[in-house]
Design a protein around this ligand. Structure first.
Ligand code: SF4
Length: 228
């Protein structure tokens, strides 16, 4: 029987507590060893799996070690070096542009503000939030990716649809010291149990507080439509 708690914040607290128990070690799954590698990996991960990015980056990071390396890169060669990543041609352009701006405007460093990061090509608020959190220990918001988007709607934590609006909604009900962990909890649960097409509600730690539970709801609140 899935019924959400009385208030959205009570629901959020309960969900966070249970998922911390289920996924005690959850964190970012991209591989990187410095801020530039983090930034590059997150840009590459847009609409691509972290696994695919992690397969590609070891060789890439050997070849391109500094912002100058990206700035000086031949774009076609760079696109070839990230072949296999979704939208590799566009992303090669982003990486070269990022290298150029880091060299010209930031002394070759990855900036530590939302404004400076989102001014880089291929970097939106989600990417900037990840870089701030994992590269600079600055938590300015909640990263809303496709798992966070789907699960927060399923769990009745938001009715918003756009990532920016979802983020604002979540920031009102989730304690700030959980903003970073929250994303990783959602991603872990979204991958392991609450998948897009075939969530395993019968084996879900949140089933009794989930208003979308297939065990007694006809509707997937993520889409607003009937479960298939
Ligand atoms: S797996 Fe089912 S019960 Fe669990 S959070 Fe997803 S929709 Fe809700």
């Amino acid at each position: 029987m899935g019924t959400s708690l009385d208030s959205r914040s009570a629901q959020a607290t309960e969900v966070i507590e249970r998922l911390h128990d289920a996924y005690p070690d959850t964190t970012i799954s991209l591989t990187f060893s410095n801020r530039l590698e983090l930034l590059v990996a997150v840009v590459l991960s847009a609409q691509c799996t972290d696994e695919r990015v992690n397969e590609t980056t070891p060789e890439l990071f050997e070849t391109y070690q500094t912002p100058e390396d990206y700035a000086a890169a031949d774009e076609e060669q760079l696109a070839e070096d990230i072949y296999g990543i979704t939208f590799h041609n566009n992303k090669a352009g982003y990486l070269k542009g990022i290298g150029e701006i880091l060299v010209e405007e930031h002394d070759g460093e990855v900036p530590d503000t939302m404004d400076a990061l989102t001014a880089l090509p291929g970097v939106g608020r989600k990417t900037a939030n990840v870089v701030l959190q994992h590269g600079h220990d600055v938590v300015e918001g909640i990263v809303v990716d496709t798992h966070v988007q789907r699960l927060t709607r399923r769990l009745g934590l938001t009715e918003e649809e756009r990532p920016d609006a979802i983020e604002d909604d979540l920031m009102e009900i989730i304690p700030e010291d959980e903003w970073q962990a929250f994303t990783h909890l959602m991603i872990s649960h979204g991958r392991a149990v609450c998948t897009a097409r075939n969530p395993d509600c019968g084996d879900c730690a949140l089933e009794d507080v989930c208003p979308s539970s297939k065990l007694d709801s006809d509707v997937d609140l993520a889409s607003g439509e009937a479960w298939e």
